[in-house]
Design a protein around this ligand. Structure first.
Ligand code: NAD
Length: 412
C-alpha cells in the first residue's frame, strides 16, 4: 500500500528560462509556489515576465482576469532557504552543474521538513549522484521539463535507484495535474529523450562534416515530418547551452563532433538569439537563412579532422538520423530505462516534434518491419563501424517474430 503524498506548497529554485516556465505551470495547476534565486533581480524579472505572460493570456481570452490574478497571487518570491521549511515539494532549476546542484540539495535536505520531495530539472546529470548528498535519497527524483516549460507538454519523471514508489507516484500525479504527458524514465545519461537525441544529433553533425549543409540535413528530416531539423533546433534552443555545460564540466571540448559547435560559439554565434548560429537571421526575424560563412567553417574543420567529403543525398540523412534514434530507443527499452515503447513514442511526440501521423520512432520501427530494420542497421554497421551494432533486443525480437510494442519492462 502506497501512502499518498499531499503536495500543496511547492517551491522552485532558479528563475532562469526553465524556472519561469515551471512556476507558471505550477501556479496554473493551483499550487502555491515559493520562488528563490541567489540573484534576487532574476526572481523580480521572472515575476514581471510571468505577470506579462498571464496578461497576454487574458488579452487573448484564454483565461479571465480573476484567474490570472489568482495565479499570480500563488507565487511568492523568497530570499532565504529558511523560508522553504514548510514546502512539500521543491523543483531545482539552476545551472547544469553537478557540484552546484549537490550544494543546493544539501541545503534543501537540512532545511526542508522531513517528508518534502526534492526534485531536479537537470537535463542530463546523474540523479543518484544528487540524491547521494541528502539523507532522504528515496525522496529525490528528476522532474525534467522541456523548454518553454509552460508550453511543452512532456514531463520526464526520472526515477533514481532509491526513489520510493510513493514519491514516484506523487510526482506523476503532480505532472498530470499540470496537464503534462508524464513518462517515467530510468536514470541514465540523457534519460529517454536526450539520450536518443544525442545519437540523432551525432549523425546530423557527422553528415555535416561529410558534405551536407545545415539546410540539407534539416530539410531532409522536416520532409519526413519532424517539426524542426536538428541544427535549426540547436539554433532555437541555443548552441551555447551544451558548450557552456562542456566548459563547466571541464570535459568533452575536444570531441571531433562538437568542433563546429565550439567554433560557432567562439564566434558568439549562439543561434537565433544572437542573430547567427548554424544559420543567420535578419534582425527581428526567425527565418533561418543559409550562411556561406558556416559552410566555410565546416569545410575547414572537416579538413582539419581529415574527414573525407562527398555528396550526401537526403535519403542517407533520413536513414542515418532515424535509425540512430530507433537503435538507441531499443537499447533504452532493453535496459528498462523506459517501461514500454509507447512511452518512448510519447517522449518524441510531445517533447521533440516527431510527426504525430507516424506515431513515434518505435512505432515507425515496428511499421518498417524489424527484420528489414535490422538488415539496414547491419548495413550501416558494415559501412560506418561498430557504433551501428544493432541493439541486442532488436535481434531477439526478430528471432522471436515479435515487435517493440510487445516489450514490457525489458521483456517481450
Ligand atoms: P538559466 O541559466 O536560464 O537559469 C539558471 C538560474 O539559476 C539563473 O537565474 C541563476 O541566477 C540561478 N542560480 C544559479 N546558481 C544559483 C544558486 N546557487 N541558487 C539559486 N539560484 C541559482 O538556466 P535554464 O536554462 O533555466 O536551466 C536550468 C536547468 O534546467 C539546468 O539544469 C538545465 O540543464 C535544465 N534544462 C534546461 C532546458 C533548456 O532548454 N533551457 C531544458 C530542460 C532542462
Amino acid at each position: 500500500m502506497i501512502t499518498p503524498y499531499n503536495v500543496q506548497q511547492t517551491a522552485v529554485i532558479g528563475a532562469g528560462t526553465m524556472g519561469r516556465g515551471i512556476v507558471i505551470s505550477l501556479a496554473r495547476a493551483g499550487f502555491a509556489v515559493l520562488w528563490l534565486d541567489n540573484d534576487p533581480s532574476a526572481t523580480e524579472a521572472g515575476l514581471a515576465m510571468i505577470a506579462q505572460t498571464w496578461a497576454q493570456q487574458v488579452a487573448k481570452g484564454r483565461i479571465d482576469k480573476a484567474e490570472a490574478d489568482a495565479c499570480l497571487a500563488r507565487v511568492r518570491q523568497v530570499t532565504a532557504y529558511a523560508d522553504l521549511a514548510e514546502v512539500d515539494l521543491v523543483i531545482e532549476a539552476v545551472y547544469e552543474n553537478l557540484a552546484l546542484k549537490q550544494d543546493i540539495f544539501r541545503t534543501l535536505d537540512s532545511t526542508l521538513q522531513a517528508h518534502a520531495i526534492l526534485a531536479s530539472n537537470t537535463s542530463a546529470l546523474d540523479i543518484d549522484a544528487i540524491a547521494a548528498v541528502t539523507r532522504r535519497p528515496e525522496q529525490v527524483l528528476g522532474l525534467h521539463f522541456f523548454s518553454p516549460a509552460h508550453v511543452m507538454k512532456l514531463l520526464e519523471v526520472v526515477r533514481g535507484a532509491r526513489t520510493s514508489p510513493a514519491v514516484l507516484h506523487a510526482a506523476q500525479a503532480l505532472g498530470q495535474r499540470m496537464g503534462k504527458q508524464v513518462v517515467v524514465a530510468g536514470n541514465c545519461p540523457g534519460f529517454i529523450g536526450n539520450r536518443m537525441l544525442a545519437t540523432y544529433v551525432a549523425e546530423a553533425r557527422k553528415l555535416l562534416l561529410e558534405g551536407a549543409t545545415p539546410r540539407q540535413v534539416d530539410e531532409a528530416l522536416q520532409a519526413f515530418g519532424m517539426a524542426m531539423g536538428p541544427l535549426r533546433m540547436y539554433d532555437v534552443v541555443g548552441i551555447d547551452l551544451e558548450w557552456r555545460a562542456r566548459q563547466l564540466a571541464g570535459k568533452g571540448m575536444d570531441a571531433p563532433l562538437v568542433q563546429v559547435d565550439n567554433a560557432l560559439c567562439a564566434l558568439g554565434r549562439f543561434g537565433q538569439k544572437t542573430g547567427q548560429g548554424y544559420y543567420r537571421y535578419a534582425p527581428g526575424s526567425r527565418e533561418a537563412l543559409h550562411d556561406p560563412e558556416v559552410d566555410a567553417l565546416v569545410l575547414k574543420i572537416a579538413q582539419d579532422l581529415g574527414v573525407h567529403r562527398r555528396v550526401i543525398d537526403d535519403e542517407e540523412i533520413r536513414e542515418r538520423c532515424l535509425l540512430a534514434l530507433v537503435n538507441e530507443g531499443a537499447k533504452i527499452l532493453e535496459a528498462s530505462m523506459a517501461s514500454c515503447s509507447a512511452d518512448i513514442d510519447r517522449v518524441y511526440l510531445y517533447g521533440y516534434g516527431f510527426p504525430a501521423e507516424v506515431g513515434g520512432p518505435m512505432r515507425w520501427a515496428d511499421q518498417q518491419g524489424l527484420g528489414l530494420l535490422l538488415a539496414r542497421l547491419e548495413r550501416l554497421q558494415g559501412l560506418f563501424g561498430e557504433h551501428w551494432r544493432p541493439a541486442g533486443l532488436l535481434m531477439r525480437l526478430v528471432a522471436e517474430g515479435k515487435q517493440l510494442a510487445d516489450v514490457r519492462e525489458g521483456r517481450a
